[in-house]
Ligand binder design. Structure first.
Ligand SMILES: [Cu+2]
Length: 458
């Protein structure tokens, strides 16, 4: 079979039912270099099932996609294009980033243990770059460290990386070339290698994302690349709540979540309603005998953690970084704690001195922050609405939605959970008698269901 046929059959052109024609468009390339598909969607694309070779359950990438490949003899060929991109963090805020194939982060690369991969990297950035394959056991000259293992890839040029995938597991790719700038601009992606033996720790749903952080001043579009600690956008796949996809899961599924961290600090990632076990790091699979139950797993800087769980508890389960400042948007240090301070005239006085200042309410921040005027291209610090009211989150927050009766490969957001009668926290009156109405879901506009279409104050 001709390689070109292989590409279109396996990949993106022949699967129009899964990937809309507008979502992915090919680029014209020289005959010997595989096409470089381009993604223009920022929603989770359907898994890319293997059509030849060993079977595996493909991953899905939160707000992302998997890079199609072509086979050429013994090789799987991929084509990454490093280039400037515009990425929407959530409705109401876009950033000018650098990424790959139309998005930042770049597409997830997926292959099988033992595969020989050939990865073309074309540099369309204004400066040189390289790609380092984080955690992968490659020949030294394929490690992508500019100056140490290879010359940098100049603008306009294409380099090729070739290596065999020695081990299965979860890995990342990112530049090792003007690294501080290029990673601060969003250049990174995940690389998942499935075991050759498909009976090795199989799961039904396999989610993947990489964490990145940015400092983007309110009203601006470009990350400040020299920032060391004081970031204000804490993202999963360069998205923040309410822009991060939910994780739809069928009740009873075995679920894996793979998380990379290329920010400058650690993230203790917490899932509600379940106990999970850490199954994989960027150093390989954790032996089952060495796993212990957890509900929060700290993901260190420059590391990957994957965890496995049985989704046996239906509902909408919060899934988030447990550093509370990382579940906020456009967070600033200037917010003063005014709890207990008389609010009378204070807001007016502050407003005269600093029209754009953030004033915290005297009872907390829940109401005050919601009423602030916002510069353009800035997200509210606390936002989102659910079936019971405001969610008051941002940043690294989303929801795992576990439902009975979902189809095996259905990753559509199922909307808010219908809690069984009598299973929701409720209000009582002074005598302890329940007040039924307050625990019932409030009616809300249709477009707010499923935490979609959050109102953003402009
Ligand atoms: Cu965090």
């Amino acid at each position: 079979m001709k390689e070109r046929d292989m590409l279109s059959r396996r990949g993106f052109l022949g699967t129009a039912a899964l990937v809309s024609a507008s979502a992915v468009s090919g680029r014209v390339q020289a005959a010997s270099i595989p096409e470089a598909p381009l993604m223009d969607k920022m929603t989770m694309q359907p898994p890319l099932h293997p059509t030849s070779g060993p079977d595996y359950r493909p991953v899905v990438t939160l707000n992302g996609w998997t890079l199609p490949w072509q086979t050429n003899g013994d090789w799987k060929e991929f084509h990454l294009v490093a280039e400037p991109v515009v990425r929407e963090f959530a409705e109401g805020m876009r950033a000018n980033l650098w990424g790959y194939n139309g998005q930042a982060p770049g597409p997830t690369i997926e292959a099988v243990e033992g595969d020989k991969v050939r990865i073309f990297v074309t540099n369309k950035l204004p400066e040189h770059t390289t790609v380092h394959w984080h955690g992968m056991l490659v020949p030294n000259g394929m490690d992508g460290v500019g100056g140490v293992t290879q010359p940098h890839i100049p603008p306009g040029k294409t380099f090729v990386y070739e290596f065999e995938l020695k081990t299965s597991g979860t890995f990342m790719y990112h530049p090792h070339s003007d690294e501080m700038v290029q990673m601060a601009m969003g250049m990174m992606g995940m690389f998942v290698v499935h075991p050759r033996d498909s009976s090795f720790r199989p799961v039904d749903r396999d989610f993947v994302f990489v964490m990145s952080s940015y400092l983007i001043d309110p009203g601006t579009y470009l990350p400040q690349v020299s920032e060391m600690t004081d970031f204000n956008m804490w993202t999963w796949n360069s998205r923040v709540f309410p822009g991060i996809d939910s994780l739809p899961v069928r009740l009873g599924d075995k679920v894996r979540v793979r998380m990379g961290n290329l920010t400058m600090t650690n993230h203790p990632i917490h899932l509600h309603g379940h106990h999970f076990a850490v199954s994989c790091t960027d150093g390989g699979w954790v032996p089952e005998s060495a796993q212990w139950p957890e509900t929060t797993i700290d993901v260190p800087v420059g590391a990957i953690r994957a965890f496995d769980l049985i989704a046996d508890n239906p509902g909408d389960w919060a899934f988030h970084c447990h550093k509370t400042h990382h579940a906020m948007n456009s967070m600033g240090h200037e917010v003063q704690n005014l709890i207990g301070v008389s609010k009378k005239d204070l807001a007016k006085a502050v407003g005269k001195l600093a029209p754009d200042a953030m004033v915290m309410g005297s009872t907390g921040m829940a109401m005050g922050a919601m009423e602030m005027p916002m510069p353009d291209n800035t997200l509210m610090m606390m936002t989102g609405s659910g079936q019971f009211g405001p969610i008051e989150m941002g940043g690294m927050f989303t929801v795992m939605k576990i439902r009975k009766g979902m189809a095996r490969d259905d990753y559509r957001d199922p909307g808010p959970y219908k809690n069984p009668e009598g299973t929701v926290a409720y209000e009582v009156d002074a005598t302890g008698d329940p007040i039924p109405s307050s625990s019932k879901p409030k009616a809300m506009p249709h477009d707010m269901e499923g935490m979609k279409g959050m109102e953003m104050k402009e």
